[in-house]
Write a protein that binds this ligand. Structure first.
Ligand SMILES: Cc1cc2nc3c(=O)[nH]c(=O)nc-3n(C[C@H](O)[C@H](O)[C@H](O)COP(=O)(O)OP(=O)(O)OC[C@H]3O[C@@H](n4cnc5c(N)ncnc54)[C@H](O)[C@@H]3O)c2cc1C
Length: 378
């Protein structure tokens, strides 16, 4: 990212300040309770919306600020700095809402986007099924055309924001079309035949709800088709680089926050009559981590710049996702180690962050699939 101009920087600073204060006031004091409950409260979405912290890239005509990724990044960084692992906010704002913006009919955009910005509507995207994750062509959820409706049947799993979602973008196969020609549908969650399963018990990101969703002959009007029938997988392929960039952004923010926390700890913790940060092994490890984070930041900035210019290649987005989440994992592993036994205790932020970060190498396309994409483009 090139340095923002002075006006933009002032705007970003104000946003950062607002985000930091909101997180300290509304999230940090309750976070442990939400981790125990497996979800943050629904009301938090409207609080985020009212503070202008959702859907930075939604244009003004649909109620958003019409800003760019720099704004989204500020919110992601501030959540990371507070060790609040609620990736569902950026998933909603920067990954799912853009599908509606890009492929939605005018009526769909007018109906849903302002509510996504305000937090009145929570979004999920439901691609993964018990039998199909990496290989989405194998997804079995169906959409049967019946007069002016589609009837959706199937099951989805691991769906972020699924507990509170008001609208779910569902990947399904229109009956009669080949498995490779899936479609995306907007499914309101108050429709008969829709139900939510249990909140899944994850090792990390415990305050972020992740659930199973069931569609039992769920009838939606044909006007809920998103874009063109049969183009669903193509839309996913087109939008996944954006998702991978966002995950890379979150990974770097997580690594930076854990590094700062660990440096402070290593300067304060005494052993053998000196701060542990003075031992040469730890000094060198800290130097290596700082270098990794700096190099990762430069690559991320390059990817963001190319994305904003409209020319981020698919394989570079894949590199960004897998490499930055691997860097984050390395950094967090070392941060836990430098905390000694305290690093293994959940009351210490780096312990939670270590578990929270683990999912990053799995979702948005596993890191193995990312390497496949890179290899395919050699
Ligand atoms: C916290 C969390 C949140 C999630 N949120 C969502 C969400 O909101 N919406 C949604 O739709 N999904 C979501 N997912 C699902 C996620 O996208 C999938 O878990 C992921 O795509 C992997 O699919 P899978 O779990 O079926 O694993 P599989 O596809 O079964 O993979 C198992 C292993 O095999 C490897 N593998 C598979 N194919 C290949 C290959 N060709 N080459 C090499 N290795 C391969 C994988 O890398 C992995 O290591 C979420 C998952 C998690 C953990």
């Amino acid at each position: 990212m090139t340095a923002p101009d002075a006006d933009l920087q002032t705007e970003l600073d104000a946003l950062r300040d607002a985000a930091r204060r909101l997180i300290a006031r509304e999230m940090t004091p309750h976070y442990a309770d939400w981790e125990r409950a497996g979800a943050a409260p629904r009301a938090l979405w409207r609080t985020m919306g009212a503070a202008g912290l959702l859907c930075a890239s939604v244009p003004e005509e649909y109620g958003g600020p019409g800003a760019g990724l720099a704004h989204a990044r500020v919110v992601i960084e501030e959540l990371a700095n507070a060790f609040v692992a609620l990736p569902g906010f950026y998933t909603h704002s920067e990954i799912i809402a853009p599908y509606i913006l890009k492929y939605g009919a005018q009526q769909q955009k007018q109906t849903w986007l302002p509510r996504c910005v305000s937090g009145d509507c929570v979004l999920s995207i439901a691609m993964t099924e018990p039998g199909a994750g990496s290989d989405l062509r194998g997804a079995r959820t169906t959409a049967r055309r019946d007069g002016d409706d589609y009837v959706i049947s199937g099951q989805k799993t691991f769906i972020s924001n699924g507990l509170h979602a008001d609208l779910v973008i569902v990947l399904a196969n229109v009956e009669g079309m080949s498995q490779g020609r899936k479609s995306l549908f907007l499914v309101e969650t108050d429709r008969p035949g829709f139900s939510r399963g249990r909140v899944l018990d994850k090792i990390g990101q415990r305050a972020q709800d992740t659930v199973e969703l069931f569609f039992d002959e769920t009838r939606i009007p044909a006007s809920n088709l998103l874009g063109v029938e049969g183009e669903g997988l193509r839309y996913l392929m087109a939008q996944l680089p954006r998702e991978r960039l966002l995950v890379g952004m979150a990974a770097l923010a997580g690594a930076q926050a854990a590094f700062r926390e660990t440096l402070a700890y290593a300067n304060a913790r005494q052993a053998f009559g000196q701060p542990i940060s003075q031992f040469q092994h730890l000094r060198f490890r800290l130097a290596e981590l700082k270098t990794k984070i700096t190099v990762a930041g430069a690559f991320l900035d390059q990817c963001i710049a190319r994305f904003e210019h409209g020319d981020l290649p698919v394989d570079e987005a894949a590199m960004c996702k897998y490499w930055l989440t691997d860097v984050e994992a390395d950094v967090l592993d070392e941060c836990v180690q430098m905390h000694g036994g305290y690093g293994f205790m959940r009351e210490y932020p780096v312990a939670r962050a270590y578990a929270d970060a683990r999912g990053q190498r799995i979702y948005a396309g596993t890191n193995e699939i990312m390497k496949e994409i890179v290899a395919r483009n050699l």
